[in-house]
Write a protein that binds this ligand. Structure first.
Ligand code: OAA
Ligand code: MG
Length: 227
């Protein structure tokens, strides 16, 4: 483990599959809200897929030198079915970190998707094949294959820390990261929020949505012009 910046960690704990599967169908805003609104990635990391995408998996992390994908190729060979490869490319927009070939290969391995703090390429082909990819944008510039980088160490992606084994949920709104030891608790709370929001929607259409809090809050904050 001495070669800081160029090393691979082979073993880490994944969250129980039942808990990971529990997040299927729960929208990212509901999950983000129950973590203090602190664990959602930056808006710039968004889907390059067609609308309606929703993916859940276990983080398999890569930190790569900007514009280089050597360690991402190694990660594809190592990741397990259901893993989402989360790539910290230092937020650099120089060169695409992956493209359609790497998506086809990942798909055959049962890898659930890619999240990239950087650009990708072959956008049309990726959208057509419906393999989940979230990135900062597109670029035709291809990646180098020189290294260095790290696999399965702490990374930062979209301004959120991500550790291998954290739970990732991504949809049209973006990406949330659930710290692995908190996954069960966050799942319970996110389900409760989802139910509560359904209740609110019913209340809106029944004319029962309580709006008193808006004026109360404005009054408390000293706003002029209220009745
Ligand atoms: O050349 C690369 O490594 C990335 C790429 O375009 C692909 O995977 O299709
Ligand atoms: Mg390509």
């Amino acid at each position: 483990m001495a070669n800081v910046g160029f090393r691979i960690v082979n073993h880490f704990e994944r969250v129980n599959q039942e808990i990971i599967d529990g997040f299927k169908g729960i929208a990212t805003p509901n999950i983000g809200d129950v973590m203090g609104r602190m664990f959602a990635m930056d808006y710039s990391i968004k889907t390059v897929n067609k609308p309606g995408i929703h993916v859940v998996g276990s983080a398999f992390t890569v930190r790569t030198h900007p514009s280089d994908n050597l360690m991402v190729h190694k990660a594809m060979d190592m990741a397990k079915p259901g893993d989402i490869i989360v790539i910290d490319a230092c937020g650099d927009m120089g060169n695409a970190i992956l493209g359609e070939l790497m998506c086809h290969y990942a798909k055959t391995k049962g890898i659930a998707g890619y999240i990239v703090d950087g650009p990708v390429r072959d956008l049309h082909a990726i959208a057509e094949m419906e393999f989940p990819v979230f990135a900062k944008g597109g670029s035709p510039r291809g990646p180098y294959k020189e290294g260095p980088g790290e696999i399965n160490t702490l990374i930062s992606c979209g301004n959120v820390p991500v550790r291998p084994g954290d739970v990732i949920v991504a949809d049209d709104d973006g990406v949330v990261v659930i710290p692995r030891e908190d996954a069960e608790n966050v799942l319970k709370k996110a389900k409760a929020i989802q139910e509560k929001e359904q209740e609110i929607i019913s209340a809106i259409y029944d004319g029962r949505w309580d709006r008193k809090w808006v004026d109360e809050t404005l009054r408390q904050k000293g706003c002029d012009g209220l009745d």
